[in-house]
Design a protein around this ligand. Sequence first.
Ligand SMILES: Cc1cc2nc3c(=O)[nH]c(=O)nc-3n(C[C@H](O)[C@H](O)[C@H](O)COP(=O)(O)OP(=O)(O)OC[C@H]3O[C@@H](n4cnc5c(N)ncnc54)[C@H](O)[C@@H]3O)c2cc1C
Length: 454
Amino acid sequence: MKKFEVLIIGGGPAAITICKILGQKKQVGIIRPEDYSMIYCAMPYVIEKILPIQKTFKKDELVTDTGAELIRDTVTHVNLEAREVKTAKGQTYTYDKIVITTGALPVLPKIEGYDLKGVSTFKTEEDLKNIQAATENGTKKVVVVGAGAIGIELAQAFNKIGIKTHIVDAEAHILPNMMDHEMVEAAQAELIASGVTLHLNNKVVALKGKEFVKKVMLEDGTSIHLHSLDDCSEADKNVTGNGLVVFAVGMRPNVELFRDTGLAIGRDGIIVNEKMETNIADVYAAGDCVQFKSGITNEIISGKLATNAVPMGRVVAKNMLGENKIYKGFFNGAATKIENLFVGGSGISEKLSKNKFEVTVGYSELTTTFPIMPDAKKVKIKLISDKKTKKIIGGQVVSGTPSADKVDLITMAIQHGLTIDDLMDFSYSSQPYQSFFPAGNLLVNAAENAEVNI
Ligand SMILES: Cc1cc2nc3c(=O)[nH]c(=O)nc-3n(C[C@H](O)[C@H](O)[C@H](O)COP(=O)(O)OP(=O)(O)OC[C@H]3O[C@@H](n4cnc5c(N)ncnc54)[C@H](O)[C@@H]3O)c2cc1C
């Protein structure tokens, strides 16, 4: 029976971050089942054939070079009182401190036909390989359920390799949690123009077929026939491959293993305080498996992003080294790409702010370089601020060039409680290839526009 000072369950970004900080300083063990940890964010680009699957495998050295011991196994039983875990390979490990980073599992709604062949989620290496195999075995048509960033990226990948692609979402526009309607309109139009069919304000209610999924039934009575390129007819003898339906409708915390261990678990995961401590001494949790609050409203919100898992892991590790770090909450800055447009958002959208804040919004639209330069592209930003305090609580960007750096600036403004007035005074840089003329800056102009709208 081997004992570790720090035992980590899980091998994702939260776990790797902890190893990087603690690996040389403590005796760390990390247990995860996969041959390879995956770069999940890059999985759509394997489907699109931009990347071979091997490029999405993280190297073991990311863990082993830190000094941590990597154990390829699955934890099957946990006794937090006895400080002991048991594994599928029959091993028992004990510890002084344990960190739970078991991540999240994709949601597969149990509607009629959910267990037919050809129905998948999109998280694991196995999901990726199954979907890839279907696309290589003649699948001609796919339905992606969910128009969040993962669904949108996946749908574009299918469309680009010549598979007729439909997206279904219950909301009125794509990226409903990230963007307001007017900020995503142009990108949505580009997606439709690229050949993707959108079914918005709609839901998948049943999947039909004998062994393989053949038909997708929507709430409004539409049926999508997976074996016909023409949606109206039942079958098309030219369509030989099997149909595919991929659910990208969210993640739920992977916490079943801990149900009877005395660990406090909430609706969205393991309950932790700002130091990522659970209700049991020396038991910590971080990443997608925890439930946490918004950094803006303090209410429990979903924040299942690698960019939240990493800072949570950092808080755990630094506190184990005697620092006094706290995790302040989710701001959920995120970005994606839709055809030629890079879109992203942070904080609270105007739509989701309803009933919480009275808001003022400000817009500005400039170019990504001096407009006289050859490759100038349009870039538009929206700032959302609390009318009472003038603090920035959200913002969105749509740009012809990558938007993540601008999303991050908005997050920084939210995180540090900056107001419209602060942003009007923002000191920025300018250069012909890299920004608009010195006469204007996106954040400053949007803040000025918001000030006018107060
Ligand atoms: C397709 C896709 C695209 C994404 N794109 C982005 C993006 O662009 N940006 C972004 O910020 N986030 C993105 N995410 C989300 C991001 O991947 C997750 O938020 C992140 O991986 C969470 O990290 P984690 O360490 O908490 O958990 P995970 O990465 O899920 O890792 C959990 C680990 O725990 C292991 N484990 C579970 N149970 C056990 C057990 N019983 N015993 C041992 N090990 C166990 C698992 O096998 C796994 O290794 C994406 C996710 C997906 C699926």
